[in-house]
Design a protein around this ligand. Structure first.
Ligand SMILES: Nc1ncnc2c1ncn2[C@@H]1O[C@H](COP(=O)(O)OP(=O)(O)OP(=O)(O)O)[C@@H](O)[C@H]1O
Ligand SMILES: C=C(C)CCOP(=O)(O)O
Length: 251
């Protein structure tokens, strides 16, 4: 029997100090890595966001407006910021015994007009089947129309979930789920979302915060794959298939 692949996004807001001084939260990373290692999670693909390691650089160089000779320096600077975070995520996982390997979308993916068009999912699938945990991230990616653009971890999650036929898709973040007047909305569908007020992030964010996340997850839901948004404290529950108290986005 071919085991199902699970996808977990670690939001930039939980692995970095997104609203504060801007550092990587190494203690949080170690705790998350321990939870993943304790479950011996084979068939897991991890994608992390950028938080304070990439969003400020992408904003400074106006990457989302397109990249040409004037602002091309932003490609390497933004990529290095988030690639450094990727090295820390991979190191934290490996320190706990998870056989993790970092994969950079700048080299593995291509976009057009800000939309992810392709990603080397065959290599990712093969790695997972060998028991290795690929760790991707939101990144600056070359873009046919714009030169380059920023692809969020949420877009990568959507693409990989569809390409790999993922069985379970979860996004851990700094809020308990999608909130409506302070209460968690348990289920969101395309119809229902129109009645909600979903905003961006309270911090520097070039990919649309919660609004951008929901847009991607609704596209995923359209293709029949549901996804879960929950607070970082419920990662173990998600991996164990238990109730996480967050939001499910479905068709
Ligand atoms: N209706 C809403 N419900 C919940 N969060 C919301 C809502 N509207 C806006 N937000 C904001 O969205 C944020 C979460 O989105 P954000 O993109 O920062 O998450 P992330 O995936 O952890 O980070 P990153 O994009 O850096 O990976 C919350 O911290 C909150 O400020
Ligand atoms: C800003 C960069 C480099 C990637 C953004 O990814 P996200 O944090 O998942 O939105």
């Amino acid at each position: 029997m071919v085991e199902e692949i699970r996808l977990l996004k670690l939001g930039g807001s939980i692995v970095t100090d997104k609203g504060g001084g801007g550092g990587i939260d190494h203690a949080r990373l170690a705790a998350i890595a321990r939870e993943i290692a304790e479950r011996g999670d084979a068939h897991l693909v991890i994608v992390h966001g950028a938080g304070s390691c990439g969003h400020p650089e992408a904003q400074e160089y106006r990457i989302q407006e397109g990249v040409d000779l004037q602002n091309r320096a932003g490609i390497a600077i933004t990529h290095e910021a988030v690639a450094g975070l990727n090295r820390s995520v991979v190191a934290a996982l490996r320190a706990e015994g998870v056989d993790a390997v970092g994969i950079h979308p700048l080299a593995a993916c291509h976009a057009d007009n800000g939309q992810l068009l392709s990603c080397e999912h065959q290599s990712i699938d093969q790695l997972v089947r060998l028991g290795i945990t690929p760790v991707l991230h939101g990144d600056v990616v070359m873009d046919t129309s714009r030169g380059a653009c920023i692809i969020s971890g949420d877009q990568i999650i959507r693409y990989l979930a569809q390409a790999l036929g993922a069985g379970r898709v979860g996004l851990a973040t700094d809020v308990p789920g999608v909130l409506d007047r302070g209460a968690v909305v348990p289920v969101i569908t395309r119809e229902h979302v129109k009645r909600l007020s979903i905003g961006c992030s309270g911090n520097t964010d070039v990919t649309g915060g919660m609004k951008g996340k929901i847009e991607e997850l609704l596209k995923l839901a359209d293709s029949g794959i549901e996804s879960h948004i929950f607070h970082v404290s419920h990662i173990a529950d998600f991996l164990d298939g238990k109730e996480h108290g967050g939001t499910i986005v479905r068709r």
